[in-house]
Write a protein that binds this ligand. Sequence first.
Ligand code: SIN
Length: 285
Amino acid sequence: MAMEVIPTGAALGAEVRGLDLTGPLDAEAFDALQQAWYDHSVLLFRGQSLSDDALIAFSENFGALDIAPASATDMAGTQEKSRPEIWIISNVVEDGKPIGALGDKEAEWHTDMSYVAEPPMASVLHSLEIPKAGGDTSFGNMYKALETLPDDLRREIENRIANHDSSMTSVGELRAGAGAVVDVRNAPGAKHPMVRVHPATGGKALYLGRRMNGYVEGMDVAASEKLLDALWAHCTKPEFTWTHQWRVGDLLIWDNRCTIHRRDSFNGSERRVMHRTQIKGGVPV
Ligand code: SIN
């Protein structure tokens, strides 16, 4: 069956049909897939059933993998991972220990692991168990957010660097080993340009990481807060976003260089189990 790419009709995202991701992809199929990914920034595959080894093998078509990120303090050492590259995202608790990260809470808008010097260029998320309602994941198109940014805001971020805080997870929990941030000017993390150029597409995208503890270098704190609030209000407008409602067997790959994402909360008495990989990226420029 030939590969078919069906755009969501929203600001980003497309569903790819006709590919079985459990086996190797030939060079022609991979080139077509990679181009579709560059064109739509997020790709959805339905009806997949990948072991962790197969998830890693599929992800490695795009590049070498990062190991999974640090989770919240109360999870330190609790994840029973099959491989260090697999990040388990789950609310399930077994024998009194969470089997994964992020629980059942809302995860705020963010791009993955931008608090490190070389953040992963992509993330691949595969759904194994899904609650009846909630837990939807939304994506935002940061090329479009930048293109449509009002001139005054665009001038304010030109050649600016922002710090991407590493202390908190996207559900607002302190990471293992992190201390609470009292002054955003001293928050731990990584400093990146606020506008980055995608190394493959050449497109320019707004690059913000996450709102929590963000700081625009060289500004006084009040001015930095005001600017970041205005940028986040702009880039999360519905016209730049698309929301995915999960089914078991879905697999999404998203491009962290030009997108943001968030997750809805869900009923914690139901199970949600997802396995994620992170594909290595370079220094954002
Ligand atoms: C994430 O990678 O930020 C989690 C997304 C999700 O749980 O749907």
